[in-house]
Write a new protein. Sequence first.
Length: 299
Amino acid sequence: MRTCIVIMAGGRGERLWPRSTRKRPKQFQAVIGERTLLQQTFDRALNIREAGDVYVATPLEYFRVVREQLPDLPSENIVVEPVSMGTTATIGYSAFYLKERMPEVVMVVLPSDHIVSDERKFKEAVDKAVYGARTGDRLITFGVLPTRPETAYGYVECHEEPDGNRLIRVKRFTEKPSLDVAKGFMQTGKHLWNAGIFAWKTSVIIDAIAGHAPEFGRALCAIKGLGLQSGATIESALAAAADFGDWMGAATEIYAACGVSGPKSIDYAVMEKADKVFVVPVDFMWDDVGNWTAMERIR
């Protein structure tokens, strides 16, 4: 079974304003080193798969900058969303996009704004997650061994204490805790930072969204009928001075008609509710460049 990597590059990085703006969010900036966060994530993906198996999901407004920053990415591997509705919508839309081209693949999902210190350990963890997704109908997330009581991250509680990077069943998720709660998590040995990196079969995540977030499931099925747009089709249309207002407007109306009131994260919509959820523990240095404190920490 083929493995594809989907990089999510649609966030606006509002907590890093004024450095990160809607016109040029943090993932398109060189926060550390000479390459942007998106480019670094793409480089990391190329250590695992060839460029033909790497996809970038982004709303139409960032299509051009993705094209500029990743010239080696095939244009048909840019998954263009009509409207941003959070990671549930991005992941579901991307899963449909892949499924339309291949009957079944293992889909690895990477945010575009993370810092990872050890590429070898990262690849080992991805390989473990891919194997777990391929051999069972599992939803797999990555959990980082915490080095401090952190209140800016969510946590994953394991059913048992992590041992190496083998898959462990998830007991529960906790959103950003208070400092006292985070200190308590440090003592249990069973809590990991929720890295927001995932692996699953396309069919498994599509079914999970339909079952646990049916409003998104209905909306994505309807939007699929409008046409799943790739960078190649967008590029051709832009060259012909096409207007995408009708496509974007129709998608917005579909979300509203299906009961989607606003963006929703995949953790909240699916992972916290699903049953067969597992975590791959990792112990490399990792950071989510989500605020100014993180910016100071990585420099």
